[in-house]
Design a binder for this molecule. Sequence first.
Ligand SMILES: *[C@@H]1O[C@H](CO)[C@@H](O)[C@H](O)[C@H]1NC(C)=O
Ligand SMILES: *[C@@H]1O[C@H](CO)[C@@H](O)[C@H](O)[C@H]1NC(C)=O
Ligand SMILES: *[C@@H]1O[C@H](CO)[C@@H](O)[C@H](O)[C@H]1NC(C)=O
Ligand SMILES: *[C@@H]1O[C@H](CO)[C@@H](O)[C@H](O)[C@H]1NC(C)=O
Ligand SMILES: *[C@@H]1O[C@H](CO)[C@@H](O)[C@H](O)[C@H]1NC(C)=O
Ligand SMILES: *[C@@H]1O[C@H](CO)[C@@H](O)[C@H](O)[C@H]1NC(C)=O
Length: 245
Amino acid sequence: MAATSLPLLSFLLLVLSLRAADAQTPSAPAPGPAGPINITAILEKNGQYTTLIRLLNTTQIGTQLTNQLNSSTEGLTLLAPTDNAFNTLPSGSLNNLDNQQQVQLILYHVLPKFYTLSNLLLVSNPVRTQATGEDGVWGLNFTGQGNQVNVSSGLVQTPINNALRQDFPLAVYQVDKVLLPEELFGVKPPSSAPAAPAGKAPATKENSTTVAADGPSPPNNAASGGRAAFGLIAGLGLACVGLLA
Ligand SMILES: *[C@@H]1O[C@H](CO)[C@@H](O)[C@H](O)[C@H]1NC(C)=O
Ligand SMILES: *[C@@H]1O[C@H](CO)[C@@H](O)[C@H](O)[C@H]1NC(C)=O
Ligand SMILES: *[C@@H]1O[C@H](CO)[C@@H](O)[C@H](O)[C@H]1NC(C)=O
Ligand SMILES: *[C@@H]1O[C@H](CO)[C@@H](O)[C@H](O)[C@H]1NC(C)=O
Ligand SMILES: *[C@@H]1O[C@H](CO)[C@@H](O)[C@H](O)[C@H]1NC(C)=O
Ligand SMILES: *[C@@H]1O[C@H](CO)[C@@H](O)[C@H](O)[C@H]1NC(C)=O
């Protein structure tokens, strides 16, 4: 008995000390400050985003972004069009969009990653947004010169002037134009209209247009992974002890 218990004991001590060392190494980076970030409050403080605030509410994207900020390790960037930007759109632009398209338009102003202005000067284009359509993820192009960053949708180009917030996990930048995606406002490619029966709206969009619902939810299995590894090592150790005994 003593012959088997001594190696077993020392082995267990070894495993325990390894595990203690493991527990001390910091694992995933801790998410931002406690308490949800209130996007509405950030926009409200600046007084010129009532249309965007209303759209974030009616499309429920505001809630979605709040949840995403709470779980995302990448953070978010919001390009916030001013009321003036919405007011200078051709009349009807917004009302001609159905709910799904309004969601796409707003998500086109959201980047699923936190970018500082200097990050945006250096990104490789196109940068993915949270808007998706039949043709996949819709992108924006960023070009910079000196300290000036421009964003382009292909149809609209505008400078990014003002950072309302630039602290991880959320960046909010003012844009003075609504970024109109070509996919919604561009000339329709001929392939999308294959002799639709007259008088009937093409119903092809229903299935394939999807909304990128939420960001990656970070797996919470680091601890259980550790336990599994511990069990495996302990099992192997016991097997070795059994062979030696
Ligand atoms: C966010 O801020 C707005 C305006 O300050 C407020 O009306 C709203 O209740 C806040 N939402 C949350 C979840 O705290
Ligand atoms: C948001 O929308 C809800 C209904 O969906 C409405 O009751 C509420 O007043 C709206 N809040 C704001 C700030 O517009
Ligand atoms: C944020 O996430 C944590 C768990 O990941 C949850 O307990 C908390 O309620 C969430 N907070 C909000 C405001 O959703
Ligand atoms: C940014 O856009 C403005 C017009 O809006 C243009 O005059 C300027 O050259 C652009 N700058 C860059 C770096 O693309
Ligand atoms: C971005 O730039 C690329 C290369 O110049 C171009 O092909 C693409 O259409 C641009 N996309 C947008 C959204 O401006
Ligand atoms: C949508 O998908 C369903 C099955 O998933 C299919 O029966 C239907 O024909 C599709 N509709 C369109 C417009 O593609």
